[in-house]
Ligand binder design. Structure first.
Ligand code: AQP
Length: 333
């Protein structure tokens, strides 16, 4: 819970973000992150952000990020982020994100950033490696602490980034006083790392070119059925939840369990063959996604933009308060 003495509140604050990259989020983004944000709306004050500045850390065409931002907002509303209960906005519209990121960079060691596995992975797969890709975790830490965040619901791939965010926040506080709230990661027990259906050693990712391995929230029912039918399993024909030795089968069980809100090991007891497991998993995913697709079709651009602008005003109010506290604590002119 908050360590900010100025904040009298009993409801914990949740913050998380998603990059407007790729066409739309995939099943991993939904199960590992978005769905948990929706669930948390009952028990937390949620702040959810489309992190467009992060998307610029790899080269993009002019206009690409803006278009993807609108599409991402539509998806977030369609999955159930309720703008009445949560604050939904675009990162670049609240300038305090970039401002606080500089202060955070000043208390982050070069060596800490060099250890980030996501930087190592992404710098290998891009021709142009920007310095923003390297300092990405400091902007992410700023995004979080700018709202006095208590909990950060994320997928398992963000664990290391959350650790560095906690470390640098604690360092800032030890230098400048008890100024920032130290956040905690909230990682789901089931589905925190959904794997690629074709390469179950790799996580499902928006920017991967594995078309058959990635299930998008806008895929048709036929596409979803085909992708699960062709999902990579293994040759020993035993249905068992064993992520290390049977990654493909375990990934299917995880997706099925996440869709039905059950447990992968229990689901395994219902199957002796891969075929029915694949069919049932596809059906469960189709059922889960259908209402989202219906709501997406109902939302027009004008409504989505208006909701983002309203969210941005609320976010800015909260962010400017924290930023002022930071400036005072650092003791600038
Ligand atoms: N495969 C996954 N399983 C579970 N959770 C996942 N997340 C991402 N992939 C999986 C979670 O989704 C949230 C938003 O992710 P992001 O868009 O900010 O960036 P990312 O982690 O880099 O996601 P992608 O899909 O891999 O995007 P690209 O390819 O653009 O880098 C986060 O909470 C993340 O944990």
């Amino acid at each position: 819970m908050s360590n900010d003495p100025n904040r009298a509140k009993s409801t914990p604050r949740a913050f998380s973000g998603i990059q407007p990259t790729g066409d739309v989020p995939h099943l991993g983004n939904y199960i590992g992150a978005l769905r948990n944000w929706v669930d948390l709306q009952d028990s937390t004050d949620g702040i959810y952000c489309i992190v467009d500045l992060h998307a610029l850390s790899v080269p993009r065409e002019p206009g690409e990020v803006g278009r993807a931002t609108l599409q991402m907002a539509r998806v977030m509303l369609a999955v159930g982020i309720d703008p009445e209960r949560s604050t939904l906005f675009v990162q670049s519209r609240v300038r305090e994100h970039s401002e606080l990121a500089w202060f955070i960079q000043c208390v982050t060691a070069f060596g800490e950033l060099r250890r980030m596995t996501q930087f190592k992975d992404k710098s290998e797969s891009n021709d142009f490696v920007s310095s923003a890709l390297f300092t990405y975790p400091t902007l992410m830490a700023a995004d979080i602490v700018l709202y006095d965040t208590d909990v950060v619901p994320v997928g398992d791939d963000q664990r290391q980034h959350l650790e560095i965010a906690r470390d640098v926040t604690q360092r800032f506080n030890s230098r400048f006083g008890d100024v920032l709230v130290v956040p905690e990661a909230r990682i789901a027990e089931v589905g925190a790392r959904i794997m690629d259906l074709q390469n179950p050693q790799n996580k499902m990712s928006k920017s991967s070119d594995s078309v058959l391995g990635t299930v998008s929230l806008t895929d048709t029912e036929d596409e979803i059925a085909r992708k699960f039918k062709r999902a990579v399993t293994d040759n020993d024909a035993e249905v068992r939840f064993d992520p290390e030795n049977k990654p493909g089968v375990s990934n299917l069980l995880t997706i099925l369990a996440a869709a039905k809100r059950t447990d992968p090991a229990t689901e395994a007891e219902n199957y002796t063959q891969y075929g029915p497991l694949k069919t049932d998993t596809a059906d469960a995913v189709i059922e889960m996604i259908r209402p989202i697709q219906k709501r997406m079709a109902e939302l027009d651009d004008g409504t989505v933009s208006e909701l983002l602008t309203a969210g941005e005003d609320r976010a800015r109010e909260k962010a400017s308060e924290v930023m002022e506290r930071v400036r005072r604590a650092v003791g600038l002119f």
